[in-house]
Design a protein around this ligand. Structure first.
Ligand code: PLP
Length: 479
């Protein structure tokens, strides 16, 4: 590591990235390349001798950027956002610069302690119950993804219940969620060895705006108990991926508690909005949960990856995940004086991710972050109104956060043709390169998702996007 080379190249790289952001609107938002395009552009093997940064950056411009889908473009309205910011970027840079591996407290005390502190800061911003703070039995940890967060709590919950029910009871364990839950839950079940026939995917429909009905859960749990099975894990949602539906946490938590089930709440996207007092109501009932996750890397200006997980009782995690080989033994850990985050996650090694969250919280401050969220929600309202005023379109579910679900309306009640037309519209809009949206399905209806959350998006981008959508739609209607 040559400091002077780092200084020189680092400046050049920052210039390159800053220029990228300046010109980001000139690229097609969705990459328009064909599968395998890069194989034809790059050599078959690594170079034998060093090349220059200029050569590499030239290739980035001409060969890599065409294959990039521009998630930070103000015209990116697909999936849920993946926020990048100056503070997040600086934090990532600092973390890469320090290059530590913070698996145990001793391997970099600041990494563990800063993580505990910023997770407490955020828990307080979310007004999470005290038991999620690190001063008692609970605490927060940064995972790489919501999928990992869900997996680790499921494994912890599984081991806890098997501890009392007996190791041979794995085949009896049952998991519950609505059919709107992210596929991360299904993956967790697969990895945790939950038998596929014991995954209760309960139907949610438009009568509850796609929230899970507590009665349905209660019925399923009662049936399973009668059959001699063991209900052990419930996943509730705040902001589902398809339509940002919100489950009634308090009622679900009550059922979980009376049946001694672990209750996890997945708020990967919408959790960020709950730092605003006016949106906090959507996690009311979180006090009944055993664990809660939200992705700061989605909508809280923190660069990927930074998925926040809080647990009420961290000992359940460490029971499942701790290992203590000779080479990792040290005085602080042996004396039980410290948190060793290696015992709260799957991997051993871990990055200094709290730095970027700390920088985001300090360089922006909570009020700016709240207004950032509010602005996106305001823009979503603008889009929702534009859609509602057009007779060729309809909003499919009531909007709560910054996601608008809409579609072109059916003609002559023909739902099949309507689905096909919406697919066609999606294709036309995305291949224009002017914006990027995705589709999903609810109750057999294909609809389009307009998700606002890119840091550079302004009202003019939303209005321009709507103009493109309308133009493509009227072309389809004339065909
Ligand atoms: N849960 C919800 C509600 C999501 O929207 C997503 C991803 O968009 C996930 C979980 C999975 O997140 P991750 O990619 O961090 O595993």
């Amino acid at each position: 590591m040559d400091s002077e080379q780092l200084r020189e190249y680092g400046h050049r790289m920052v210039d390159f990235i800053a220029d990228y952001y300046k010109t980001i609107e000139s690229f097609p938002v969705l990459s328009q390349v064909q599968p395998g395009y890069l194989h034809n552009l790059l050599p078959d093997s690594a170079p034998d001798h060093p090349e220059t940064v200029e050569q590499v950056l030239d290739d980035v411009k001409t060969k890599i950027l065409p294959g990039v889908t521009h998630w930070q473009s103000p015209n990116f309205f697909a999936y849920y956002p993946s926020n990048s910011s100056v503070a997040g970027f600086l934090g990532e840079m600092l973390s890469a610069g320090l290059g530590i591996v913070g698996f145990s407290w001793v391997t970099s005390p600041a990494a563990t302690e800063l993580e505990m502190i910023v997770l407490d800061w955020l828990a307080k911003l979310l007004n999470l119950p005290e038991h999620f703070l690190c001063k008692g039995n609970g605490g927060g940890v940064i995972q790489g993804s919501a999928s990992e967060a869900i997996l680790v709590v499921m494994i912890a919950a599984r081991d806890k219940v098997l501890g009392s029910a007996g190791k041979n009871s794995l085949g009896k364990l049952v998991v519950y969620s609505s059919d709107q839950t992210h596929s991360a839950l299904q993956k967790a079940c697969q990895i945790a060895g939950i038998h596929p026939e014991n995954c209760r995917v309960l139907k949610a429909d438009s009568s509850t705006n796609y929230a899970l009905r507590p009665e349905l859960l209660q019925e399923a749990v009662s049936r399973d108990l009668e059959a001699g099975l063991i209900p052990f894990f419930l996943c509730g949602n705040v902001g589902t991926t398809s339509s940002a539906a919100v489950d009634p946490l308090a009622a679900l938590g009550k059922i979980a508690k009376s049946n001694e089930m672990w209750f996890h709440v997945d708020a990967a996207y919408a959790g960020s909005a709950c730092i605003c007092p006016e949106y906090r109501q959507y996690i009311d009932g979180v006090e009944t949960a055993d664990s809660f996750n939200m992705n700061a890397h989605k909508w809280l200006l923190t660069n990927l990856d930074c998925s926040l997980l809080w647990v009420k009782d961290q000992s359940v995690l460490t029971e499942s995940f701790s290992t203590n080989p000779e080479y990792l033994k040290n005085k602080a850990s042996q004396a039980n004086l410290v948190v060793d985050y290696k015992d709260w996650q799957i991997a051993l090694s871990r990055r200094f991710r709290s730095l970027k969250l700390w920088m985001v919280l300090r360089l922006y401050g909570a009020e700016t972050l709240k207004n950032y969220i509010r602005n996106h929600i305001k823009l979503a309202k603008v889009f929702e109104q534009l859609v509602s005023q057009d007779p060729n379109f309809e909003v499919i579910t009531p909007r709560i956060f910054s996601l608008v679900c809409f579609r072109m309306v059916p003609i002559d009640d023909d739902e099949k043709k309507c689905n096909d037309r919406n697919y066609e519209l999606l294709e036309a809009v995305n291949s224009s390169g002017k914006l990027f949206i995705i589709h999903t399905a609810l109750s057999g209806k294909i609809f389009l998702r307009f998700s606002i959350g890119a840091p550079l998006t302004e009202e003019k981008h939303v209005k321009e996007a709507w103009k493109v959508i309308r133009e493509e739609a009227s072309y389809l209607l004339r065909k």
